[in-house]
Ligand binder design. Structure first.
Ligand SMILES: [Zn+2]
Length: 235
C-alpha cells in the first residue's frame, strides 16, 4: 500500500500527546485506503486497520496527518499536530471485528510507549469535535480499551452527581466548551451510549469522576491553571 501524500510537519515543534480513534464510514477498507491516499481528498491518518486486523501505515508517526480537523481537547487546538490518527475500517453501523480490535490494542500499546502517551490521551474523534463528528461511534468498546490500560473509563461506583456540575466537569476532563446538547451527546456516545433523555445525575457523576481522576487537578492530567474546589467548580 502506498504512503498517503497527505501530511505535513507538526507545527510549532509539537509532538504526539494524544491518539484520536476514527471509523472510516466507508463500504470497504480498500475504498477508505484509496480516499486516505488520494491527494485530492486532503485527508489522511497515520494508520488504517482493516477488518482482518491488517495494519496499514499511511503516514509516518513523526509527521502531521490530516484526520482531526476543527476541534479541541483539553483546550488545545491543532489536534493534528498533537496526535496520531488511527482509522478503523467500519461502515459506521456494524460492530467492530474481533481481529481489528486486537490489532488496535497492539498498535495503541506500541504508540503509547513510543510517545509517552497515557491512557487518558486516547480519545475519539467525537470527543474533540462534539456536534460535528460521531466516530468511532456507539459500538466502539472503550471499556475494553480501558481494561487493557489503553484508555480510561469512569469508576463503576460513582452514584449520583449534580447535573449543574456536568458541563464543567466534562470540560475539565477534556471536552470543548460547546452547547449543552452537543456536549451531552458526545459524552454519552463514549461513556453511556445506551442512555436516553435529558441530562441526569448519573451523567454528572460519571463526568465528575473522570474530571477528578484525569482532569487538570489529577496526577494524570495536565498542569492546572485554575483552582478546583470540592464540588468540582472552577474557583
Ligand atoms: Zn474521524
Amino acid at each position: 500500500m502506498p504512503l498517503s501524500p497527505n501530511f505535513g510537519e507538526r507545527r510549532g515543534g509539537l509532538r504526539p500527546e494524544f491518539v484520536v480513534i476514527h471509523y472510516t464510514a466507508m463500504e470497504s477498507c480498500a475504498a477508505a485506503a484509496a480516499r486516505l491516499c488520494d491527494r485530492e481528498s486532503e485527508v489522511s491518518a497515520h494508520y488504517l486497520i482493516d477488518y482482518d486486523g491488517a495494519v496499514h501505515a499511511l503516514v509516518p508517526e513523526e509527521a502531521r496527518a490530516w484526520h482531526a480537523g476543527a476541534g479541541l481537547w483539553r483546550g488545545l487546538e491543532d489536534m493534528n499536530s498533537r496526535s496520531i490518527g488511527v482509522e478503523l475500517a467500519n461502515d459506521g453501523f456494524e460492530p467492530f471485528a474481533a481481529a481489528q480490535m486486537a490489532a488496535l490494542e497492539t498498535l495503541l500499546a506500541e504508540i503509547m510507549v513510543r510517545w509517552g502517551i497515557g491512557p487518558a490521551g486516547v480519545i475519539g474523534h467525537s470527543d474533540m469535535a462534539p456536534g460535528r463528528k460521531g466516530d468511532p461511534g456507539a459500538r466502539f468498546d472503550w471499556k475494553r480499551l480501558a481494561r487493557a490500560g489503553l484508555s480510561v473509563w469512569p469508576s463503576s461506583a460513582v452514584g449520583q452527581g449534580d447535573p449543574a456540575a456536568f458541563a464543567g466537569a466534562a470540560q475539565r476532563f477534556g471536552y470543548p466548551p460547546v452547547a449543552d446538547e452537543a456536549l451531552l451527546a458526545a459524552f454519552r456516545l463514549r461513556f453511556r451510549p445506551w442512555a436516553k433523555g435529558p441530562l441526569d445525575a448519573v451523567d454528572a457523576a460519571l463526568a465528575q469522576d473522570l474530571a477528578a481522576c484525569f482532569g487538570p487537578a489529577s496526577s494524570f492530567g495536565p498542569a492546572s491553571s485554575f483552582d478546583i474546589d470540592q464540588d468540582g467548580q472552577e474557583a
